[in-house]
Write a protein that binds this ligand. Sequence first.
Ligand code: SF4
Length: 291
Amino acid sequence: MKVSAYKMGKPFLAMFWLYTLTAYKYKKFKRRALRLNRPFSSGTCFLAQEKRSAVNTMETIPNFDEIAMLADQFSRSYPYEILAWAALHFGIGLVMSTGFGPEGIVILHILNRIAPETTVFYLDTDLFFPETYALRDKLELHFGMKFHRVTSTLSLDQQNAQDGPELWSREPDRCCHLRKVEPLRAYLQTKQAWITSIRRDQTRQRASARVVEWDATNSLIKLNPLVNWSNDQVWNYLYYFGLPHNELHHKGYPSIGCTHCTQPVSQGADPRSGRWKGHQKVECGIHFQNA
Ligand code: SF4
């Protein structure tokens, strides 16, 4: 059968246009990434994993003006844009923390699409609900990744021996310090930037959080890509993409921490009012800044 030159040329023509379009989009993305990268001294962007490992910690220390400029620049950006910039700029120096809350799952979903090699860690107090550990396993399967476990150097038995039993009921600040704040500080020592899931309307302490901040306590950049989001936006996202979430949310637990410090709340109550009930405490302390 005779095939006309026109018919034979069609697939090549389609491939040519596909290549041209892809190259154009890549160049456009690269230009934008470099432009956003400009405020920092490094000026180097790496996409490939082997090149990302070459990012040097000392090359990318920003000054406060640069951080403020980035916070303004990204103040109305969609999380995809913020996270893509962070992955390009910080490479393997970028990590994400999660307590497996709904906000963290939104960020995980985005990271999984644009920078799946980013390390995601959780602070395991050894006191999570079984439902939370079950969700961790489910998320690992869903996203095809493994969470990095960060934990206190003190086991619960050692803590009991050192500070007495049930420290959380007597001195929850100290308990959080030993099981969350100190392990976080130790882990972040070698990192350049960490991603958190905080939103401004969660607590009074978070009301002034910005998209990009200097974390003075841990001496690195802190990125809060969902800082402007509402609770409804987060849940709409989870339902839209059919993402797994903690089943305790459907049993009256809008905010979930350790078993001893989390109780269900009634409909319409402050979502965090079930945390550290009977204490003034509303934050575990990992987001507090040294003066
Ligand atoms: S949330 Fe409660 S049990 Fe968990 S580390 Fe803090 S005080 Fe301890």
